[in-house]
Ligand binder design. Structure first.
Ligand SMILES: C[S@@+](CC[C@H](N)C(=O)[O-])C[C@H]1O[C@@H](n2cnc3c(N)ncnc32)[C@H](O)[C@@H]1O
Length: 395
């Protein structure tokens, strides 16, 4: 006998009271005891939702608010015509004021810290201008079957043709002047005004590397490699890292997941010729850029490779300060253990995912570190992404 197929719920409509925000750009509601993640809603609202994913036996279902019966005071008309149920998956909070968005992000970071690290703490997310539209200095378009640049629908490979993205920086090259045979078109504009348009990774306008300037220091960065996308992000994060890390002349520092050397440059200046900075980066393009960007700082040693492998291979010599800025998955327990083995008195953790940050903070706590302070920055307005900088100190 075959088991009965659970009834499909996608397409069902129901009116729900919306509860708190959850990580991922949605709020939590309950329907007959089942958890519903509702996009395009806000806490405290009453909305009619249409289920987008889930069956009678799903642990949770996903839904979209298609009608707002009682709006939140934080609700606004979404400025972008492509934001909304069934449309672009790029933005999550176009329907909320910037202040409401920051409250939601702060609640998410606080909830992740409480649930995954057992730390109760209020988190105030700081605004960074521009705090709503026109901030994204790097953007990847996916090309549809007709050759038109578009963006993915939420949780879909389907491409929604989009003729203008409102969060994109106004100076980005226009990818809509023609149709494309390439699958992806990436555009970037740098702080020094360099622009580039790449089709499947090849520069068809501008140079594949752009120049960025942060606090009077210039960096060469591959347009296809990593660089923070908000125009004020690099400066904001450098300042936060330096104020938490307090690197002093002669100190031994590590900058893990170093990219093109953004933090290493300022750490190298601060520790001076008598100090040392070990920069570890895995992307060969970024390593090449970092070697060039940091050539005037002989106290910075760049190691190419995965952080976990590199720390396991290098001798365990003491460090004063470790800065780490891992990708979304976080550093994970093995890397945290390798850092703790070097006994730095301060660890500054830059994180783009609050869940990974909270999990890694829990591991640092087991290794004798405590969360001393944390700042959070709204560096991705209209989306559920938030950047945190945490200071961990050894007890
Ligand atoms: C969030 S970016 C930070 C870069 C740099 N700190 C900055 O702010 O420009 C993370 C960097 O880690 C690198 N990366 C990812 N996984 C890695 C690993 N396992 N080992 C070394 N580097 C890694 C990526 O190539 C990327 O440059």
């Amino acid at each position: 006998m075959t088991a009965p197929v659970p009834a499909e719920l996608a397409g069902s409509e129901v009116v729900l009271d919306v509860g708190p925000v959850a990580h991922g750009g949605h709020c939590v509601a309950r329907w007959d005891g089942r958890v519903v993640f509702v996009r395009h809603s806000l806490p405290g609202e009453i909305v009619r939702v249409r289920v987008t994913e889930g069956t009678e036996s799903s642990r949770f279902v996903r839904a979209d608010a298609i009608e707002v019966l009682r709006p939140s005071p934080g609700r606004v008309e979404a400025p972008c015509p492509y934001a909304g149920p069934g449309l672009c998956g790029g933005c999550d909070w176009q329907h909320a004021t910037p202040a409401t968005q920051r409250e939601l992000l702060g609640a998410v970071v606080a909830e992740q810290l409480a649930r995954l690290a057992g730390i109760e703490r209020e988190v105030v997310v700081e605004a960074v201008a521009p705090e709503d539209l026109g901030w994204r200095t790097r953007l990847g378009w996916t090309v549809d079957a007709q050759g038109r640049p578009g963006l993915h629908r939420h949780r879909s490979h389907d491409v929604l043709p989009v003729d203008r993205c409102l969060i994109a920086a106004p100076d980005l090259p226009d990818a809509h002047t023609r149709t494309w045979s390439a699958g992806h078109v990436d555009v970037a504009v740098s702080s020094l005004g360099d622009t580039v348009l790449l089709a499947d990774g090849d520069a068809v306008q501008g140079r594949a590397r752009v120049r960025e300037r942060v606090h009077e220091r210039d960096f060469r960065v591959s347009a296809a490699g990593f660089w923070q996308v908000h125009p004020a992000a690099a400066r904001t994060l450098v300042d936060a890292v330096l104020s938490y890390g307090r690197p002093a002349p002669g100190e031994r520092v590590a900058d893990l997941y170093a990219g093109v050397g953004l933090f290493s440059a300022f750490l190298g200046d601060a520790v001076g010729a008598d100090g040392s900075v070990l920069a570890v980066e895995g992307d060969p393009r970024a390593v090449k850029d970092a070697r060039r960007n940091l050539h005037d700082l002989p106290q910075v040693r760049i190691e190419a490779g995965r952080v976990g492998d590199m720390l396991a291979r290098l001798p365990i010599t003491p460090l004063d300060l470790v800065v780490l800025d891992p990708p979304r998955a976080g550093a994970r327990a093995a890397v945290v253990g390798q850092i703790a083995a070097r006994a730095p008195s301060r660890v500054v953790y830059v994180a783009c995912d609050p869940a990974a940050l909270a999990r890694d903070i829990a591991t640092f706590t087991e290794q004798g570190y405590a969360l001393s302070d944390l700042r959070a920055f709204a560096l991705f307005p209209m989306t559920h992404h938030v950047e945190c900088v945490a200071l961990l100190t050894r007890g």
